[in-house]
Design a protein around this ligand. Sequence first.
Ligand SMILES: Nc1ncnc2c1ncn2[C@@H]1O[C@H](COP(=O)(O)OP(=O)(O)OP(=O)(O)O)[C@@H](O)[C@H]1O
Length: 305
Amino acid sequence: MLSAHALVKRYGGTAALDGFSLDVAPGEIAGLIGHNGAGKSTFVEAVTGLTRPDSGRITVGGLDVLRSPRRVRRLIGLAPQEIALYPAATAREQLRLFGALAGLSGAVLSKRITALGAELLLTEVLDRPAGLLSGGQRRRVQAATALIGDPPLLLLDEPTAGADPETRTALLDAVRARAAKGTAVLYTTHYLPELADLDATLAVAGAGRIIARGSRAELTRRLPGELRLRLSGGNPLPERFLARATEHGGETRISTADAPADLAALLAAGCTPSTVDIRRPDLDDLYRSLADHSPATAPEIPRAA
Ligand SMILES: Nc1ncnc2c1ncn2[C@@H]1O[C@H](COP(=O)(O)OP(=O)(O)OP(=O)(O)O)[C@@H](O)[C@H]1O
């Protein structure tokens, strides 16, 4: 549904996009993560036509973004990182406007607004001016403006920033429901547990390009996990494990790519821990492993196809 190839965008000496390529399929929720300044928002702006890349190509539903900007715009529901609502207009009026832009009108649009208001827990505030809403409420109205026309591609840039747990859940449910019906979703966040909740695939951005792409399992599989042991004083760790071990309040932690094999080797060497815990790598570990942003030094994990 979304296909971007080799995008480059420079601002003076800064390459905000530097060979950025990414595909998102219908029904897929792709979680776009990466450090501040990695190029995520610039990419979202390029897809919507708000920013013109210096080179590269983007298509949405097979249409070239630069050649058919108006037709492409109709295929996209955008919730930008910076809130863009009219402060004096009520939430319902904003949704009427965005619904009309998407070609909806009359009773169909009114019903859609009521349903979306209920789905995103906005019913009570639909007739309040956006300027008088809380930050979290404004963000949900913003998300609702993206969803109102039921577009085949959603671009949601940190849509849950400032959301409380209840409204976060409502928003994630709404996103999952759209994907289940075939909508392609590009979901930018710094809050990694959301991506597990959404069962999202991952696209890790670094220094203006995608440096890792795949399922959560694929990307975390080859990262080291940890073997956590409690050892008694007369039961030292065999020497060959020392380089990978750290001490944390009486617990010995050994970085490991193969926890069962390392545990078997420890036991065979006569080590008898009183407790053993195996910690598998998670998204935080993935994020940390990519901390230097550098494609050249990123660990050997699957890349974008
Ligand atoms: N309009 C602009 N003018 C100059 N530099 C820009 C502009 N927009 C983005 N940049 C620069 O391009 C780089 C990428 O910025 P971008 O906003 O795309 O990052 P991001 O990954 O979305 O970051 P964040 O997680 O903070 O939202 C940054 O170095 C930023 O300073």
